[in-house]
Design a protein around this ligand. Structure first.
Ligand code: ADP
Length: 485
């Protein structure tokens, strides 16, 4: 549109330029000389005749000449006649043309004639020695040219509107089609509530970003659902665990004969024992909750020989057993000394709890070349009651106690040991036979190969290593990873 505005502005300049061009040609004719230096034209008539003959009026142009106010020559072929004999308007036009003539000068004047908007050159023609007054007139139909330009504007505008409409419609259809899967996704997500995490959003068949988004969304839902289920299970486990001692204490107190001193003393002992158990459960629970934190285990280079000595010195005082320090290696490994000690103490306490006084408990730390590099094996072996094959995986789940197991354990000891092993990118292996004893081994890579982000959870490769590392002939059980459910 800006181009058109410029073209309208340029039109008048161009038309005037063309008229002045005609004027220059007229002067050339009037002033032309013969070879001997004498002028070619000695009369006004001769100049006007030559000018009319050589004038080639372009489209929109008309030429007419006058001598002494009488119309004289005009080209035989031209776009329109300025003074058509059959028009009643002609005398008026003639009058106005002559009125605009200025002797000895050439002017360009606007004129409306025969329904045309004209730009007219009125040039005075005089020749020395000739008294006659000549006038050379060129009219240019600027109105028709403006009209042409307007038509072109309307055509262009019409085409632009049609193109815009088509582009808009195509855009509407295309974006509608593109956005429909997103709209479906939005509608689907609105149906999901905390109570209905079963729902999955439909995944479009196309393999594009939206399909990937839907898949990721469904995966996230699955994780949230697992998390919720786990949380519910955890809460019900905790409730169950804490209800038992509370019931015992309450039942005991209710049936106590307060007049009977020995009965009161017995109830007092039971109450203290149960409260201790509750205290242990609560303590272990917060330990287990802490184990979910990424910084629960912080491996640092640890001198294993020193570690083995100090841990052995601690566990051999747990109870009266024949404690044997079986192996020790003089190497450095990436491990969290405090957590690893805690795990060994837990395993040793279990070994004591499930074995007879005077039986042997062996402890050892070894370095073994595994399929993925050197591994550290921390082993606690007892000659106790052992664990049946059916229970060997189960006991690593929280609050699991095998029927007939002794003591008042919280059922959280082994899950904590497992969390510590996994915090070292490791696993717990168990070799046990009922009546023969059990061997618990914490296995982890000697060198932690972890980037900070991997600290967020145990890496998948540890489990893979373990599977490769287990021979088909050995009947070792590996504790299920906690995220295996
Ligand atoms: P608890 O506090 O009950 O010992 P744990 O998680 O430490 O909880 O152990 C879970 C169960 O595994 C125990 O109740 C017991 O039945 C079994 N268990 C653990 N260690 C041994 C072991 N050394 N010998 C035999 N059974 C064991």
């Amino acid at each position: 549109m800006l181009t058109y505005a410029a073209q309208f502005r340029a039109l008048e300049q161009r038309v005037n330029g063309e008229l002045w061009q005609e004027h220059s040609e007229l002067i050339l004719i009037a002033e032309s000389d013969n070879d001997d230096g004498t002028p070619v034209h000695t009369t006004v008539d001769s100049v006007l005749l030559q000018a009319t003959e050589s004038a080639a009026p372009s489209d929109y142009e008309s030429v007419v000449t006058f001598i002494d106010n009488q119309p004289l020559y005009q080209p035989r072929v031209q776009d329109f006649a300025l003074l058509p004999p059959d028009s009643p308007e002609t005398p008026q036009v003639l009058e106005r043309l002559l009125a605009s003539h200025q002797p000895q000068r050439s002017v360009i004047v606007p004129l409306e004639a025969h329904d045309r908007e004209l730009q007219v050159l009125v040039a005075s023609v005089n020749v020395e020695g000739d008294e006659a007054q000549g006038i050379f007139v060129v009219a240019n139909d600027i109105g028709a040219q403006r009209l042409d330009l307007w038509q072109s504007v309307f055509t262009f505008a019409g085409l632009s509107v049609i193109t815009l409409l088509i582009a808009g419609w195509v855009g509407y259809v295309v974006t509608g089609r593109l956005l429909r899967p997103l709209e479906d996704l939005r509608a689907a997500t609105e149906q999901i509530t905390v109570d209905d995490l079963e729902y999955r959003v439909p995944v479009p068949e196309e393999r594009d970003d939206i399909a990937a988004l839907a898949q990721n969304f469904n995966r996230m839902l699955a994780r949230i659902q697992t998390g919720f289920a786990e949380q519910r299970r955890f809460m019900s486990d905790v409730g169950h665990e804490l209800r038992t001692p509370l019931t015992i204490v309450r039942g005991t107190l209710e049936t106590t004969d307060v007049e009977d001193v020995s009965d009161v003393r017995e109830s007092h002992e039971i109450a203290i024992e149960e409260l201790d158990r509750m205290g242990r459960v609560v303590g272990d629970l917060s330990e287990l909750a802490a184990s979910a934190r990424p910084d629960y285990v912080r491996p640092r280079p640890l001198d294993l020989a020193g570690f083995t000595r100090s841990v052995f010195a601690r566990i051999e005082h747990i109870a009266e057993r024949e404690w044997i320090l079986e192996r020790s290696v003089d190497v450095v490994a990436d491990a969290d000394e405090q957590r690893l000690t805690q795990a060994v103490v837990q395993l040793a306490a279990n070994a004591v709890r499930y074995s007879e006084e005077g039986s042997r408990i062996r402890f050892g730390v070894d370095r073994v070349l595994g399929p993925e590099g050197p591994e550290i094996h921390v082993t606690v072996q007892d000659e106790g009651i052992g664990i049946g094959p059916a229970d060997q995986r189960r006991i690593f789940e929280r609050f699991t106690r095998v029927d007939g197991s002794r003591g008042s354990g919280s059922g959280l000891g082994l899950p904590i040991v497992l969390a510590i092993a996994e915090g070292h990118d490791g696993v717990v292996r168990l070799l046990s036979k009922p009546g023969r004893g059990s061997t618990f081994t914490i296995v982890f890579p000697q060198f932690a190969d972890r980037t900070p982000t991997e600290l967020d959870g145990p890496s998948a490769s540890a489990g893979d290593t373990e599977r490769q590392g287990r021979g088909p002939e050995d009947d070792t059980t590996t504790a299920p990873r906690r995220d295996e459910g």
